[in-house]
Ligand binder design. Sequence first.
Ligand code: GLA
Length: 379
Amino acid sequence: MTANAFVAVFGGAPEGVWAAPGRVNLIGEHTDYNDGLVLPFALPNTILAAVARRTDGRLRLHSSAAPGAVVELTVGDLKPGRGDGWADYPSGVVWALREAGHAVGGADIHYDSTVPTGAGLSSSAALEVVTALALGDLHGLALERPVLAELCRRAENLYAGAPTGIMDQTASACCTEGHALHLDIRDGAQRLVPCDLAAAGLRLLVVDTRVEHDHSTGAYGARRAGCEAGAAALGVRTLREVPFDGLAAALDRLPDEHARRLVRHVVTENRRVEQVLALLDAGKIHEIGAVLTAGHASLRDDFQVSCPELDLVVDTANEAGALGARMTGGGFGGSAIVLAEARRADTVAEAVTDAFRSAGHRAPRIFAAAPSAGARRLR
Ligand code: GLA
């Protein structure tokens, strides 16, 4: 389908088709840019790219989300801050590859996506990763996945101007089916953690509140800057250097309540990642729900990146019998995850939909997601 659409838009045939998934994060939020711990898994939802190289240095980008509107750029003209809308993500990847010394030229690319945009499910990372993987393969660059993820982060931070961490690009590039990916950002260590929800009789629901967020706007960057200021006040390089058992002493040394809240969230969130990991490793997957809900409370009350719709999902799901729930991703809208016993999942989903209707919110989009494959070549 994606190859056919490429032919319809560009005339010739693509050289191949690649896929990269969106992600949810099980736990470990706003920890990545603090050198902390995260535990995302890949969604079944992907962005597909059909790609053919060009020899004239032109980059032509087309998305089925904007049919007929081909974005045409010249590779040699790419520079940060151009403001080409969605095309900034793939053209930022071309820019980052070239900045890293790779001789990447022009290309025609057609994209199809089943990753909702603006939903906190990392559609921008999927767009970056699928582009980098395709161009890396076609140019024989043999990029290791963590290196590819880092190039994509540079595209997002420096070219598209969103000051995010590395979690989303790494999840899209490095996850595998049936596993969550434990990533320790401080040393880059990765571990695939078996996470078979169905075998445990569980279902994970993704609830897209349809409140759109955008991390290139100020609130995300303000949290990041607040964390960096907190680390500076404590005389450490990053908040990762604050151990959980040193938290009370660290809080005493901070100048104000705002700084204390940010630091408390990050330090306790790293601890929650360790708790969830220990439970998964012990086969006690049912017991992670309470930790997820505690993580939501911390994001809502201390880090203050939730919103009424996300809180409504979490409260309603838990009242309706879920094992736990939390917002996932950067927040300020976007999606929540809900962990429920499979036999209760439909009831929980209905309760959330009803609560949104009663509150006068737009109907949420709810779907079940199992840990899925990372980025790959399809043909
Ligand atoms: C967004 C960013 C990530 C991470 C999360 C919050 O998804 O892209 O790098 O900071 O927010 O955990």
